[in-house]
Design a protein around this ligand. Structure first.
Ligand code: NAP
Length: 271
């Protein structure tokens, strides 16, 4: 649905003589990052966008990464760009993201975008949390007055998720948990909406979930059994009212939100 809407908006811009371009910067050859980047290009092309794949070697310097970003900032064919995180050890992902022109910040992770999010303004929102908001909206899940417990406080997922769920009009009551939280299970068992963004396979199981809760599993963990989430799906599904699977849940909506940000940036550029 989101992707169709994005494709329609891309087509409308094309009719006006404006093509929409998404660029990615991938440093090194991490297999998981390569898979993510490929899926972003496939999705962009399906939506009718141009996609530009910029690879840098694993021994690239910070200067090389930032110079590449600055080139893309100046390239009129590029409406949105992402630097695929994490960068190899020794490189500073935050600084690389800060080099992106905020008007082209397709992942919505630039400090300017995050600042606008905190002010409940702006239109380029972090792709993963805004993908989760689309899931909640699509399934008509009530948020107002609900207790939302978010496990994780990264700037990529947990923190912006808290801002979105606690925003005026969404109106959840948000509790943000992290590795120093005491008695996590007591909190998660109270959650009407539980978001797990931890990075530990099967960390939350059915015994830690309130019956009927909405469970959003953000985790993507590579194990011998394949990709698994932060929630133990088999036990959680017996208790939850609704639950997102891994793979095939939040990840898909992250890519959809990335495309939605890119077309919004292109619309903004021509308005
Ligand atoms: P991250 O930066 O490593 O953050 C993990 C968070 O989990 C931290 O805030 C950490 O607390 C908390 N945590 C760790 N152990 C904990 C524990 N025992 N109890 C409670 N909290 C604990 O990871 P991230 O970037 O947010 O990613 C989280 C997961 O989501 C990963 O599996 C990642 O691959 C996945 N992900 C998926 C998508 C998608 O599109 N589906 C997008 C992005 C990320 P502290 O702050 O105290 O250390």
């Amino acid at each position: 649905m989101v992707r169709q809407e994005v494709a329609d908006r891309v087509a409308t811009l094309k009719d006006r003589g404006k093509s929409v371009g998404l660029a990615t910067v991938l440093v090194g050859e991490d297999p998981a990052s390569q898979v993510y980047v490929r899926s972003k290009h496939r999705a962009a092309e399906k939506a009718g966008m141009l996609s530009f794949d910029h690879g840098l070697p694993g021994d690239a310097t910070q200067q090389m990464v930032e110079d590449k970003v600055r080139d893309l900032n100046r390239d009129p064919a590029v409406d949105g760009m992402i630097v695929q995180l994490p960068l190899p050890a020794g490189l500073d992902g935050n600084r690389a993201v800060e080099t992106i022109d905020p008007a082209k910040d397709a992942d919505g992770l630039h400090p300017y975008s995050l600042g606008l999010l905190a002010l409940e303004r702006g239109f380029l929102r972090p792709a993963t949390p805004s993908g989760i908001m689309r899931i909640l909206q699509h399934y008509d899940i009530a948020t107002s007055g609900k207790l939302a417990v978010i496990v994780g406080r990264s700037f990529l997922v947990g923190k912006p998720m808290a801002l979105l769920l606690g925003a005026k009009g969404v109106d959840a009551t948000v509790v943000q948990a992290h590795s120093r939280t005491k008695d996590l299970a007591a909190l998660t068992k109270k959650a009407d909406i539980l978001v797990a963004a931890i990075g530990r396979p099967g960390f939350i199981d059915g015994s830690q979930i309130k019956r009927g809760a909405v469970v959003i599993d953000v985790g993507i963990n590579r194990t011998d059994e394949g990709l698994v989430g932060d929630v133990d799906f088999d036990s959680a599904v017996k208790v939850a009212g609704a639950i997102t699977p891994v793979p095939g849940g939040v990840g898909i909506m992250t890519v959809a939100s990335l495309l939605a940000n890119t077309v919004a940036a292109a619309e903004h550029a021509v308005s």
